[in-house]
Design a protein around this ligand. Structure first.
Ligand SMILES: Nc1ncnc2c1ncn2[C@@H]1O[C@H](COP(=O)(O)OP(=O)(O)OP(=O)(O)O)[C@@H](O)[C@H]1O
Length: 269
């Protein structure tokens, strides 16, 4: 459904290469996890796919989606795809909302525009989706302005909108980072549901290898703007080829071990 070929990003002002020759395929009903340390180029790769990079950054290569090369589409055509057929859930939820409007008006407007439904229907759907995100008083949340809600709450609202729109692809950039662990678990379950019930493909960017292992069928490992490993999740995790991937997996295993050791220490004897 989505095929990225030779994607590179150059900062024209600084004459630096930020991302070099990224290649991957995303099939319907599949989840691709993108992992790698901070600054390795995960976010900017997905922003480039959606034409969201700044003009000073030159993007080359191909991004094929349903027969079109997204990198060749004009702004107007791209706007038709963004938000409706490919949704992005941003790391910084605050920047996704307009501070001057209530969450209700923003959610309802987005759903009316993308789903061609009435305001009344959009309101009902907003409440249903917010409830699925474990938001206890959705009517109250709809009355609030973005600054009156926590980062985690805004993140859940953003995910609820994406879930309601049911796009072909959801790109989720660290969607669980701002959430507590119970909500994280619920959000991961929602992504699993989306994929299995609605055929939505997901690109899931995360530092958390455990979450990626649970959700993704394929994984792309990035380091210093380069794709260092790509393949089926079970192959990459059980038999990593690159030292960097081995390091990431080892670090996670160590963390998990220290956590369980610490928990054991707290157990009453
Ligand atoms: N608009 C921009 N102009 C110039 N350089 C940028 C821009 N946005 C990001 N970069 C640079 O591109 C590189 C990759 O950044 P990116 O945000 O994609 O990393 P990341 O892997 O998503 O990191 P994190 O996990 O911290 O979000 C970094 O060196 C960053 O400084």
């Amino acid at each position: 459904m989505l095929k990225v070929k030779g994607l590179s990003i150059t900062d024209e002002r600084k004459k630096t290469v930020l991302v070099e020759n990224v290649n991957f395929t995303l099939d319907r009903n599949h989840c691709l996890g993108i992992v790698g340390e901070s600054g390795s180029g995960k976010s900017i790769t997905t922003k480039a796919i959606l034409g969201l990079t700044q003009p000073s950054l030159k993007v080359t290569g191909h991004v094929y989606f349903d027969g079109d090369d997204l990198l060749q589409l004009g702004k107007k055509e791209m706007r038709k795809i963004r938000g409706k057929r490919i949704c992005m859930i941003l790391q910084d939820a605050m920047s996704a909302f307009d501070p001057l409007y209530t969450m209700g008006s923003q959610m309802i407007e987005t759903l009316c525009e993308n789903l061609e439904i009435s305001k009344k229907e959009a309101r009902v759907l907003s409440i249903i989706e917010l409830e699925k995100m474990q938001i206890k008083e959705p009517e109250q949340v709809l009355k609030k302005y973005p600054h009156q809600l926590s980062g985690g709450m805004l993140q859940r609202c953003m995910i609820a909108i994406a879930m309601a729109v049911k796009p072909d692809i959801i790109i989720a950039d660290e969607p669980t980072t701002a959430l507590d662990s119970i909500t994280q678990n619920e959000v991961v379950k929602e992504f699993e549901r989306l994929r299995s019930e609605l055929d939505t493909a997901v690109i899931f960017i995360s530092h958390d290898l455990g979450v990626v292992q649970r959700l993704a069928q394929t994984v792309l490992v990035m380091k210093d703007g380069k794709q260092v490993e790509y393949g089926k999740i079970e192959d990459v995790f059980s038999n990593p080829e690159q030292d960097y991937t081995k390091f990431l997996i080892h670090t996670r295993e160590q963390l998990t071990k220290s956590f369980s050791d610490a928990m054991r220490k707290d157990d009453p004897v």
